[in-house]
Design a protein around this ligand. Sequence first.
Ligand SMILES: [Zn+2]
Length: 218
Amino acid sequence: MAICPFAIQKIISGPSGPFTGGPFKIVHHTTEGGTAQGAFNAFSANRSDPHFTVDATAIFQHIDTGLGARALRNAPGGVETNRDSAIQIEVVGFAHRPKTKPTLRNVARLCRWLEQTHAIAKTWPNGPPRPANNGHDPGGHNRNAQNWDTKSGHYGHCHVPENTHWDPAYTGDEVAFLMAFDPDAGGLEGPDAFPSIVEDDPGLSEAVSQMPDHHKVD
Ligand SMILES: [Zn+2]
């Protein structure tokens, strides 16, 4: 059971139930919308809450990390998804658009806390996410169920068995920044680090998802 000390607590639908297996892992999503409030409305309507929603200014916690969240599809039979000790983060933004530095700093801060709290490996067992290809699903995602069931680490929604969504589609630089940034170790080496990552995405609030069924989890 864990409550993140630097997250704003905001209960929406509550947990899906206790975890049924492990090991602990982090699952990265994009909300497929431009605002945290829009995401909260969708979670409420679809009962599809993650543990955390993160944007450029805040980290919100919806579910205790000792209980299952709701943002993954789970088919009958096969492996468990939401309840396989999967701690889920919804990043405000879109799979097909750049993720900004302020948002990635908040995601990284949360990941460092989760890695420490739940002994989560700093690796990507099914590989890093695949970035969008001309704004669309690049395909070719590794959804290896044995890794999912047996290996701690970071996964994208794009890596989860029984699921079809392709978020978060981080670029290689976004993954590198996310894994390197540690606010307790002084952050990164300076303002020139990772010049490909934008500070702001002015089109975010008007953007339209290329994955409009993202909130449907069954
Ligand atoms: Zn997702």
